[in-house]
Design a protein around this ligand. Structure first.
Ligand code: GLP
Length: 241
């Protein structure tokens, strides 16, 4: 694990976006995993801006989201499909057939996990995955307590995220949201990872992820064991590190 300290918010988004752009510039056929959330929204905006200023060819890359919210329509703006489509796939002109996502409404979601994992791991698997940090230390939707050997599966959503998504997106109460996510084993198999965390709400969890014990109680701590993982922190998340 290699730490990168950004000077300020702009620098944080710049440095993060540069990592993704660099992968695409070096390998125009790269398979890239992305995350959704408040952190990556700014990263993707900086990436699209970089693409406009210094265009790079995205017609050969493959893009997938590392997780999705189950039982939620792809038209809902909280769905990971919708977010990555509007933040990355369309702005960077990635061909739709190169956009890999699980179907959150599949009749058999267990089966869908296998199908999604197969699509992600095909042809040598991902070259690069960009990760965000859950406030409770989750990676994708791998919540505290998830086995490090876990492959793609149906997980649950923590209460704070559940509550925030409902509040921000007017999600009806009868929709029971869950997480369909690549497992920790899938993420750790990728040769290059970047984890980005910003804001005061990530300070404590970032410190535990980096300095604390490697434990399934804090899924992101597994990244300490990954030699090709870079962690980018803004000054608020870096705190006293
Ligand atoms: C969600 C996603 C994660 C993401 C995390 C961080 O739970 N499932 O993949 O990394 O949130 O989100 P934020 O940046 O909004 O804190």
């Amino acid at each position: 694990m290699h730490l990168v300290f950004a000077d300020n918010t702009d620098d944080f988004y710049q440095k993060s976006a540069e990592r993704i752009a660099e992968v695409i510039r070096k390998k125009p056929s790269a398979k890239i995993g992305l995350s959704t959330g408040r952190t990556t929204k700014g990263v993707h905006a900086a990436l699209a801006e970089e693409w406009r200023r210094n265009p790079f060819d995205c017609s050969g890359i493959k893009v997938f989201g590392i997780d999705e919210i189950t039982n939620m329509s792809r038209e809902c703006r909280a769905s990971c499909y919708y977010i990555l489509l509007h933040e990355v796939v369309e702005p960077l002109a990635v061909p739709m057939e190169n956009y890999i996502m699980p179907d959150p409404m599949a009749a058999d979601l267990q089966e869908e996990c296998l199908r999604f994992e197969e699509a992600v791991m095909a042809d040598g698997g991902p070259d690069f995955i960009f990760l965000g940090l859950g406030e409770n230390g989750h990676l994708g939707f791998n919540q505290p307590g998830t086995n490090f050997g876990q492959t793609a599966w149906l997980s649950w959503m923590d209460d704070s995220l559940n509550e925030r998504l409902r509040r921000e997106n007017d999600i009806p109460e009868n929709v029971v949201m869950g997480g369909l996510t690549l497992g920790i084993k899938n993420l750790m198999q990728c040769p290059r990872l970047v984890m980005a965390a910003n804001g005061r709400n990530k300070k404590e969890v970032a410190e535990k992820m980096i300095m604390g014990p490697v434990t399934e109680a804090l899924p992101a701590s597994v990244l300490q064991l990954h030699p090709g993982c870079e962690v980018i922190l803004d000054p608020d998340a870096a705190g006293a590190l």
